[in-house]
Design a protein. Sequence first.
Length: 502
Amino acid sequence: MCGMSSGESTQASAHEPELVKPTEEDRVAAAGSELIGGPLGRRALLGRSWWTPVRVIALVAIGMFALGLIQKAPCYNGAWFFGASSQYTHACYSDIPHLYQGRGFADGLVPYFDKLPGDMEYLEYPVLTGVFMEVAAWLTSGDGSIQDQEQWYWMVNAGMLMACAAVIAVCVTRTHARRPWDGLLVALAPAFALTATINWDLLAVALTAAAMLMWSRGRSLAFGVLLGLATAAKLYPVLLLGPLLVLCWRAGRWREYGTALAGAAVAWLVVNGPVMLFAFDGWSKFYTFSQERGVDFGSFWLIVAQNSDDPLSTDTVNTFATLLVLLCCLGVAALALMAPRRPRFAQLAFLIVAAFILTNKVYSPQYVLWLVPLAVLARPKWRDFLVWQACEVAYFLGIWMYLAYTTSGDAHKGLPTDGYHWVIGVHLLGTLYLCAMVVRDILMPERDPVRRSGDDDPSGGVLDGAEDAFVIGPAAHPARPAAHFDGPRVEWGKAGAAGGSL
């Protein structure tokens, strides 16, 4: 063993950041901790055990993921294969086993290059997701019946997606160095466990979480590369470049933003370029399908359409939805430039992705996965997070009960249309509630749980503590100093050296 003296050990530990303990600052976390022995005490051996926060949270995330797999057991044992509505009544539907044969993987067809039999000519997923699906197909045994192969395909994908879930939990845990235990919100999120194996979204979410971690460490090129790969797996990660542009504009960090943008563009082209060149029709199917797809489950557009005698055409909905999301983007940009203190990157990232989800013409239940890591980084408050998660669990159950109703014939077992509309409303209100809390934190930084702990923007990388270079409106004449400016130091939400409190 190394013979470090106690003096050396004390000196080394003095440079380590003091960890924020959720049980000391969050009443819901403190109450919930009673299940495992109560709030963290002063005699806790932090950092002196194998059970570091990262390891604990990774194991909890894997355990919750496993519970999600168990929840799918009724479908694995038959509901995916027998009976039109049983996979809905058991709330265990997944696209994965159905698309093994439906998208040509069972027949050895090459995604994007080979045409598919049926209505869908080519695979309608982005290229990196298609690669993920193909790798899983390679690992799937071709022996046995088609049902055996589909079960095996789902299990292979589940194993790969479990790795993605662990990556997400670890990345979120390490992004805010002083707040590692916030990662438990990701690991314990019920909607995360329930929706993790519906589709392949976790690949893009994992890459996005890794990109956020790299940006927090000041590695703008690595951030860009990972975000470009995430966009090659799902479209939504590219939205993060918008709020980052505004934040770098306010801070005058153009060089770092340019590096990130270039890295993202090159990474995206490396993945997509060969398929674009040699199989353009197959490559473009994802984009044409997204454009041509009509109003679908989960969106407020569906409520409008199902209560209208003359529903809007798909083109009209596309136009209105695009205008709405652009208005939201302008609102977020104005908020970023006019706020009394530059918003944290995670806050704007959450708002912009939430705006896209709320205005989109479809909301599949697994889309909640996009928001979970961003929500934890944006507002690590257990009460608000759990309120939102309860709304998402209600929607998860509601959509399957609605599909059970529509597929059970005259029996009408499940949730009728009016009831489904109420469930959609619950999902929309839950997301809007969390957005409102984040906006409030931006306008009143002293209410932000992260800044009340004395940090500025721990996920902001080069933006953390940076002075403003461009602001508009009230922010141009701040009435109070920020935590990391030169001069009298004031901690957000606490009495500081200046003799006052924010």
